[in-house]
Design a protein around this ligand. Structure first.
Ligand code: IYR
Length: 224
């Protein structure tokens, strides 16, 4: 394969240390306010908002820059209903048979169950697919590298972008999610990664009173 042309780093901008601190502090305060929400309003969201957030997601780093992801944005009411019906079917299996006692115990504090009305109420569902292989313009199949890491990075940017826009999300993982390939007509080489539910919170939306780990609980510094 030919090397990309090497060009100057034009987009980079340095900030003073003080600016760096204040920009980061503002970002951190905002991101810290993100909560996973399950009570959605049916208020519509303009599609260009979702598109801009997806453009941001598409800038994520990826293995060999192969961008091994695909996002299906669903606002169609019939399709949302089909996804809800299929997801609830899987969830009934999950909660009644598949989940181990240990898994159910871990979920208990969150109070989740098999009912997923938000899949029909929220204005957008974004099905994230990870591509284990890709297809070149000439039709040849190519292997993708680090597809899970890459798709996770892109999804993280998408979640952060939509949060900064003032929307709320649920990162939903009906298990297993294979039904999404059939409903959304995606090829077998793509594996469903996450189903994002996106919109405004319902009036009076409630969330569990969780706490996040302190920095020293999840970070180790080696060196000064
Ligand atoms: N997919 C199920 C169960 C579930 C699993 C995990 I891990 C969660 O963090 C939350 C829920 C459901 O959506 O109810």
């Amino acid at each position: 394969m030919k090397q990309y042309p090497i060009v100057p780093l034009t987009g980079y901008r340095e900030f003073s240390i003080e600016e760096m601190r204040s920009r980061l502090a503002e970002f951190q305060r905002d991101v810290q306010k993100r909560r996973t929400v399950r009570d959605f309003s049916d208020r519509p969201v303009p599609r260009d908002i979702i598109e801009t957030a997806l453009r941001a997601a598409g800038s994520a780093p990826s293995g060999a820059n192969l961008q091994p992801w695909h996002f299906v944005v669903v606002s169609d009411a019939d399709m949302k209903k089909k996804i809800r019906v299929a997801a609830e079917e899987e969830e009934r299996e999950f909660y009644q048979h598949r989940a181990s006692a240990e898994w159910l115990a871990a979920l208990e504090p969150l109070g989740t169950d098999t009912r997923k009305p938000f899949l029909e109420i929220a204005p957008y569902l974004i099905a994230v697919f990870m591509q284990k292989t890709g297809v070149l313009p000439d039709g040849r199949k190519v292997k993708h590298y680090y597809p899970a890491e890459s798709t996770g990075l892109a999804t993280g940017i998408l979640i952060t972008a939509l949060h900064r826009a003032g929307l709320v999300l649920l990162t939903h993982t009906p298990s297993p999610m294979g039904f999404l390939n059939g409903l959304l007509d995606r090829p077998k080489r793509e594996r469903p990664f996450l189903l994002l539910v996106v919109g405004y919170p319902a009036d009076g939306a409630m969330v569990p009173d969780i706490r996040r780990k302190r920095l020293d609980e999840f970070v180790t510094f080696v060196g000064d």
